[in-house]
Design a protein around this ligand. Structure first.
Ligand code: F6P
Ligand code: MG
Length: 439
C-alpha cells in the first residue's frame, strides 16, 4: 500500500518473524507429520489400503514442504484446484512483482511474514486435499479438542458465573451491567492467550481461574477502549433499537471460543445485542483457529456436559443457533494472506455483510496483524491510520500481543515497556481493546 511502512518479514534476523519462520513453523510441520503417522491405523480402518496410501502421500508432501521452507526455496504456486487457488496464485504473482531480490522469486525469508506464514497453512491444506480419501482430515483437531478438555475447570467456573448472572440480569442497574459487560470482555481478551501456534502445538489450556485474576491483569491492558464499546451498545439499548447486531470474527477454538460464546450469550441475555454473527475459518488454520466443525463440536460438548450450568449454557447456545439469533458464517477471505484494507475489493460480499453490523469484534493476534497490514508502524500511529481505509462498521480489536506490531500507543509507552520487558510485544502477557468508530 502506498504510504504505508514496509511489511514485517523474516529478513530481519533475530526478529520474531525470523524466529517464527526459522524455528516455529518447521516445528509445527513436524507435529503435523507426526499426527498423520499416529493416525495411520485409523486411515486404514476407515478406508483400507487406500487410506494407508493417502496418509503416506500427505506425509511425503508435507516433508517436501518442510524441506522447501528450511532451505528457503522459492514459493511455488498452488496446484490443487480449490475455491481460492486462483486468488492465491494471483497474490503470489503480485508478491513476485514486489520483489527486489535478484531472482525475483518470493522466498520464505524474503517475502512478507504474513504472506509466507499464511501460505504455509494453505500448503498444509493442499497436502491434505491432494490425498483423498483423507482429504477432510483436520490435522489440528486433536490439539483443539485437547485444549477444550484441559480447560474444563475454567469452563465450569465461567458457565456457572454466566448462568447465575442470567437469573438477575434484568434487575441490574446501569453501572452493574456495565461492570459485568467489562468482565466478559476481559475474559474474552485473556482467553486469547491460549492459542496453539505459539507453543508449536503444545497445549496451552486455561487451568487457572481467570475470573479471579481479572483485577491483577488490568495493568497489562495497554489500550483500553472498553468505555467506547459500552457507550455504543449501552446507547443502542437505551434507545431500545429493535435490532442490535454484534459480529465476532473468531480466533481460536477450545477455551478461547468458550469465552467468546460466554460473551455472546451475555450480550443477548443483557439485551445489549439482539443478534450475534460469528465468522470462522473454512480450512484448518494457524493450528487452533475455529472452523465450523469446531464451533458445532464445542457447543455439543458443552451441552452434553455433566455439569448442570455448563450443560444449560450448551442448551441455550444451541437454541440461539436454531432461532437464528446466533449466525455462523465462513468465507474464504479469512484464510487468504490479504490485509483487511483490501477486503472491499477482494471479497465485496463479505465487506457488505460486515457493514450490517453495529459493532465488529476482531479476536486475536492474527486478525490484528491483518487489520494493520502486518507492517512496521510506529507505536504512536493512530489505529485509524493503520486500518488504511478498512471501516465496514465500528470495530474493536481484542487481542493479546504475540507479534511485533502495535499501534495507537501513547508517546513513550512502547519504549518504556521495552525497557522493562524486552519481549512485551510477543510474550502474550499484554492485551488491548482497540476501537475505531469512524466510518
Ligand atoms: O506464528 C505467530 C502468529 O502468527 C502470531 O501472530 C501469533 O502468535 C499466532 O501466530 C496467532 O495468534 P492468534 O491465535 O492470537 O491469532
Ligand atoms: Mg489463532
Amino acid at each position: 500500500m502506498a504510504g504505508s511502512p514496509e511489511s514485517l518479514s523474516g529478513q530481519d534476523v533475530g526478529s520474531f518473524a525470523y524466529i517464527t519462520i526459522k524455528d516455529r513453523t518447521p516445528q509445527i510441520l513436524t507435529k503435523v507429520i507426526d499426527t498423520l503417522h499416529r493416525h495411520k491405523s485409523e486411515f486404514f480402518e476407515k478406508h483400507g489400503e487406500e487410506g494407508t496410501e493417502a496418509g503416506k502421500k500427505a506425509i511425503s508432501l508435507l516433508s517436501k514442504l518442510r524441506n522447501e521452507l528450511q532451505t528457503d526455496k522459492p514459493i511455488v504456486p498452488l496446484v490443487e484446484k480449490f475455491a481460492d487457488t486462483d486468488i492465491w496464485n494471483q497474490y503470489l504473482e503480485y508478491q513476485q512483482g514486489l520483489m527486489k531480490e535478484s531472482d525475483g522469486k518470493p522466498r520464505w525469508f524474503y517475502s512478507p511474514w504474513l504472506f509466507v506464514e499464511c501460505y504455509m497453512y494453505r500448503r498444509i491444506h493442499e497436502a491434505i486435499i491432494q490425498s483423498p480419501p483423507i482429504d477432510d482430515f483436520d490435522v489440528f483437531q486433536e490439539l483443539k479438542e485437547q485444549n477444550f478438555f484441559e480447560s474444563q475447570e475454567s469452563i465450569m467456573t465461567l458457565c456457572t458465573y454466566l448462568q447465575e448472572l442470567m437469573k438477575t440480569v434484568e434487575q441490574l442497574g446501569e453501572d452493574q451491567l456495565k461492570n459485568e459487560f467489562f468482565k466478559f470482555l476481559q475474559i474474552s481478551l485473556w482467553g486469547n492467550k491460549c492459542d496453539l501456534s505459539r507453543s508449536g502445538g503444545e497445549t496451552s489450556s486455561q487451568k487457572n481461574n481467570l475470573m479471579s485474576s481479572l483485577e491483577d491483569l488490568k495493568p497489562f491492558i495497554l489500550v483500553n477502549d472498553m468505555e467506547h464499546l459500552w457507550s455504543l451498545l449501552g446507547s443502542c439499548k437505551k434507545r431500545e433499537k429493535s435490532s442490535v447486531r454484534v459480529d465476532i470474527v473468531l480466533d481460536n477454538s477450545g477455551f478461547e471460543l468458550t469465552t467468546d460464546l460466554v460473551l455472546a450469550s451475555f450480550l443477548l441475555s443483557s439485551k445489549l445485542a439482539t443478534e450475534i454473527h460469528f465468522y470462522g475459518k473454512r480450512i484448518p488454520w494457524f493450528v487452533s483457529d475455529t472452523t465450523v466443525h469446531d464451533f458445532n463440536w464445542l457447543i455439543d460438548q458443552v451441552k452434553h456436559s455433566n455439569h448442570k450450568w455448563v450443560s444449560k449454557s450448551g442448551v441455550d447456545w444451541e437454541n440461539y443457533v436454531k432461532m437464528g439469533r446466533w449466525v455462523y458464517h465462513d468465507h474464504i477471505f479469512w484464510t487468504l494472506p490479504h490485509e483487511y484494507c483490501t477486503m472491499s475489493q477482494v471479497a465485496p460480499d463479505l465487506y457488505a455483510e460486515l457493514q450490517k453490523s453495529d459493532l465488529i469484534l476482531f479476536k486475536g493476534d492474527l486478525n490484528y496483524r491483518k487489520l494493520a497490514g502486518d507492517r512496521k508502524w510506529a507505536f504512536t500511529i493512530p489505529f485509524h491510520q493503520a486500518l488504511n481505509g478498512f471501516h465496514p462498521a465500528p470495530l474493536c480489536s481484542i487481542r493479546t500481543l504475540k507479534a511485533e506490531i502495535q499501534v495507537g500507543l501513547q508517546p513513550g509507552q512502547g519504549e518504556e515497556l521495552a525497557a522493562s520487558e524486552p519481549n512485551w510485544l510477543t510474550n502474550g502477557n499484554y492485551g488491548i481493546f482497540q476501537f475505531d468508530g469512524s466510518l
